[in-house]
Design a binder for this molecule. Sequence first.
Ligand code: PLP
Ligand SMILES: N[C@@H](CCOP(=O)(O)O)C(=O)O
Length: 420
Amino acid sequence: MHLRCVDCGETYPADRLVTRCQCGGLLDVVIERTGALDRSGFDRRLTALTGIERSGVWRYRELLPPLPDATIVTKPEGNTNLYEVPGLAAWAGVARLVLKHEGENPTGSFKDRGMTVATSHALWVGAQIVACASTGNTSASVAAYAATAGLPAIVFIPEGKISAAKLGQTIAYGARIVQIRGNFDAAMALVQDAARRYGIYLLNSINPFRLEGQKTIVFELLHQMGWEPPDWIVLPGGNLGNTSAVGKALTELHEAGVIGRLPRVAVIQAAGAAPFYEAYRAGFREYHPVTPETVATAIRIGDPVSYSKARRTIDLTNGVVAAVSDEAIMEAKARIDRAGIGCEPASAATLAGLRQLVSDGVIPVGASVAGILTGHLMKDTDAVMDYHLGPDAANHPLANPPQVIDPTPAALEEILGDVL
Ligand SMILES: Cc1ncc(COP(=O)(O)O)c(C=O)c1O
Ligand SMILES: N[C@@H](CCOP(=O)(O)O)C(=O)O
């Protein structure tokens, strides 16, 4: 195993954390595997009830960094459901839609898949302290995995810009929290500088070991689909680590002969935080960071660190990038919630973007689509309350405000007359 720069090809040993090449490029983990891939281990481990193999990440260990069992920190993660959602497929306008709910991970988001691998690598290389910048989910995951591993953690968050639930998780798991007067991108720049300066192990997705774990979203999704890829995979884009991991996972499965064709990938950004979409529209000839603003706080990111790797995913899969309004995100979220599944706003960009791409004729109505839901409904109850009870609730088609009455049968009949 070694690290290789995606820009200049320079290589680095994998027994320490290097997050960028000397040329400034991002790094890939390269795993030397010999012989054909034997998939039978994936199936055999499905029934594991104890140990590392219960994890929906480490189940695919033939395709992951070969770290020793003794350093593996797992809670365990993955094993997330794949929901067949015909009602939402009809609303979006496609023949078939399945939703993979990464909010069902231990701390409520896909970050845990990356964190199990990166934290295990941190222990392997003897890291003494870990850190991240975060819009809330990474910090919750870092705090939980660091606590499990017995490592001190520092998280850098934009002051007043992350949901109360995510902040609460991070506080509770015991990480040191530094609030930045600035946005996520400022926090990201500061934590990278601090990591270099003080030798701190960085747990954001610029760390290539994070992406190794996040590849397993695709491994598990396709395993659940009998290794028959959908036509499209749709997911939200913020810092673009997941987009990068999805591309690497698909490449590796294709090269190993596990899948015979590549699905196309659609990345959805919030319109107020859409530098990747703007670059895509410009044919990737230019890239400009933006000052981000969106109700979907998890993807309020204006200068994504994994831009170049994410671009590789779009090139590889003949993918597309779209941007959706906050209103579209919140309506899609309400529909996912009403389907009994639920997710946080950033995750709902998946469904909002799918609907828009079908309406624009980019995704054909006959397509089979797998959407990734990235975070749990309970991650952002402020957004739920605002949609259903806030000043604009009357304009929201699915608003469902509780009603207050006196404790009398007459009052009850008055408000429930339509259903009693
Ligand atoms: C819930 C949620 N969805 C989507 C994203 C975007 O993922 P990525 O940063 O990997 O693009 C994030 C974090 O950035 C997130 O927390
Ligand atoms: N939404 C993210 C932003 C940081 O992303 P990362 O994948 O680079 O850690 C968060 O939850 O903080």
